[in-house]
Design a protein. Structure first.
Length: 243
């Protein structure tokens, strides 16, 4: 895989900001962590459901866990050497839930406060569609994490193409992003719709796929501290997608 450059943009990605910001009430840390939590809450929910917790318990644990991240000293134990956000969440939620069970503190912490909105019914409907043929909680967590990365990449790519006035062409070419090949006849048909030559449509599809791959790398880079870890994390997520 190609190397990602360590530049100023990378140094200010979300998880690296969270780890490097030690101020207890840091607005930067709260905002950065908030974006990450909203993007990756469902893999944790699915993990806890697969561990046997009820939908309500799983939602309660996830929401209260994220409140703990903001309000207490969880992040003080995070070092650059352990800087993958995915790894951190997996180990931290295990410790958190074990502690809550030990304290018999299943009731929601933080009163009416919510770090973000989690619809239990919607989350449970998603969970009911998950594979149940011997998948461990850890395997399900990694797969849902990987899918969350792809979903974010598609959302960003679509927003970018819409901003450039290319939304309709993007939607026509979107199936190629998931590996569905197009033949010459399909490129010709799309070209006729948009006043383009078939060859130009094919080039547009190639550039879109490259932009998609670059966007995925950017998102993964936001979940690690060191740029050297990006390729390894991508490999692990690809493995999770392949099951």
């Amino acid at each position: 895989m190609k190397e990602i450059r360590v530049n100023d943009e990378f140094k200010t990605t979300h998880w690296s900001l969270v780890v490097s910001s030690r101020e207890k009430d840091s607005t930067i840390r709260r905002d950065s962590l908030g974006e990450l939590c909203e993007a990756y809450w469902y893999p944790l929910f699915a993990y806890l459901r697969r561990k046997g917790h009820s939908p309500e318990q799983a939602a309660d644990y996830v929401q209260s866990f994220f409140l703990e991240l903001i309000d207490k000293e969880f992040l003080e134990t995070v070092s650059p050497e352990k800087g993958h956000f995915r790894w951190f969440l997996m180990s931290a939620i295990k410790r958190y839930v074990a502690k809550q069970i030990e304290r018999q503190a299943a009731q929601k912490r933080g009163g009416e406060r919510q770090f973000f909105s989690l619809n239990v019914e919607d989350a449970e409907q998603r969970y009911r569609l998950e594979p149940d043929d011997g998948w461990s909680a850890e395997k399900l967590f990694d797969r849902r994490w990987a899918l969350a990365v792809l979903e974010q990449a598609l959302e960003r790519l679509q927003a970018d193409q819409e901003k450039k006035g290319k939304l309709e062409l993007y939607l026509a070419l979107q199936p190629t992003l998931s590996g569905i090949p197009m033949n010459g006849e399909q490129y010709t048909e799309i070209g006729e719709r948009f006043g383009m030559l078939a060859g130009a449509v094919k080039v547009a599809a190639l550039r879109l796929r490259q932009k998609y791959r670059d966007t995925i790398r950017e998102i993964v880079a936001q979940t690690v501290v060191k740029s050297d870890d990006v390729s390894d994390e991508l490999d692990e997520l690809l493995s999770a997608l392949q099951g």
